[in-house]
Design a protein around this ligand. Sequence first.
Ligand SMILES: NC(=O)c1ccc[n+]([C@@H]2O[C@H](COP(=O)([O-])OP(=O)(O)OC[C@H]3O[C@@H](n4cnc5c(N)ncnc54)[C@H](OP(=O)(O)O)[C@@H]3O)[C@@H](O)[C@H]2O)c1
Length: 448
Amino acid sequence: MSGEEAAAPQQPDQTEERTDDPTGEPLSGVPKSSEISPPAEEPAEALEAHPGEALDAPVEDEFTYRALVLTGYGGYDKVKVQVKRGKPHPKSGEVLVRVKACGLNFADLLGRQGLYELLPAPPVTPGMECSGVIEALGEEVTGRQVGDRVLVLGRHSLWQEVVAVPASQTFLMPESMSFEEAAAMPINYLTAYMMLFEMANLRAGQSILVHMAAGGVGIAVTQLCQTLEGVTVFGTASASKHETISQGGVTHPIDYRTRDYAEEIRKISPTGLDVVLDPLGGSDTHKAFSLLKPMGTLIVFGAANCVTGQKKNLLAMAKTWYNQFTINTLRLMHVNKAVCGFHLGYLEDDELITKTMNVLLELYVQGKIKPRIDSTYHFEQVGDAMRRMHERNNIGKVILLPEPKMEKEGENSEEKASPESGETKAKGEEEEVKKGETDQEEVKREEN
Ligand SMILES: NC(=O)c1ccc[n+]([C@@H]2O[C@H](COP(=O)([O-])OP(=O)(O)OC[C@H]3O[C@@H](n4cnc5c(N)ncnc54)[C@H](OP(=O)(O)O)[C@@H]3O)[C@@H](O)[C@H]2O)c1
């Protein structure tokens, strides 16, 4: 198992100067927690959130901004909108970014349940990627200007309206890229690219299995496979998503919920596969290994089988742990297979991350990759956004918007809480919007 279930370290009080990341594992290309400026000079205060008023205060000290805060481990209600006071100040080498969109990742679901060790203990603002506009520069910043549109990669703390981050962790957005697309890029596409081309060395004509093929990483993997000739992509996903992922490049979509995907793959490819990407863990890693051809590569990069719903499931965690795949090196040698692990959060290579991010942005400009946005939700609807992933409804990336939801009926607020593509307006979408409103009311009650 990934070790994701280990107890998370406590986040330092925001009034104290932060030391190094409590895990002692700086994420390369990503600010260490000490490098993300404390978002406020004063302790973050949970003030009543009045949408639209948060940023109007004329005096810097009275400046307030909305942030999502994980207040404890558990269900959706543990993530709340809070209003923090005091403008984040960019230190030397940092820029202040007005955030327009944030990415929601599977790791954020794990974090809410206390299963993601790189997220400090609550209270903490999660968020590992966002996009926005540079609003101010700290000293000694070169290559960035006020007004630049950037995407940002971080360890946590990016789900807020304004954030001070090292300039080196920002990347200029191509002109044609939307803020939603920019927020969807960093984690999913870096992970996909590095697994395919740095670890597995995928080549034209090879075959690959990607699980969660309709998710953020799954779609990034599928698009990147199309940059080579003749790669056969096997992808598992819920049946309702098969048409979309086929159009996106999955050669053989498989419904893992009603069929044994390993049997289905063997029927089509009896000799096995060149590459298997395993984000599931437990017994699925055994299947993954058995599906490899000689000279094939398995990359383990997640333990999604630990998660079965909103609340932590100890039984599922124990089962995943118990069924964990192990192999001794002698046997590995005899079967001519490679087993690798990948975790972007533990990768300490700034140069590689920067280089890869620039390659990805170039691929975007060339029209070879394009993040698929499943849906966008305002901060106060974060519970609905997380529910969409937990209930396995997303096709592509779920995005969070710091901008408050418009309260007047008839304005475009409801569109923002629905699948953006508009191709398939989710059933019960209006119900979801209403649930979001309820969540926000609860937050207000508790904050008052
Ligand atoms: N190691 C790394 O550096 C790294 C980086 C990013 C992501 N990851 C891993 O990659 C995987 C995908 O992440 P993502 O952010 O792109 O998420 P995602 O794929 O968008 O996640 C949601 C989708 O996954 C599928 N799914 C399968 N098992 C699930 C479960 N137990 N609970 C909920 N959904 C499940 C569902 O679709 P279907 O039912 O249609 O399959 C669901 O719609 C995760 O395991 C994540 O931890 C690892």
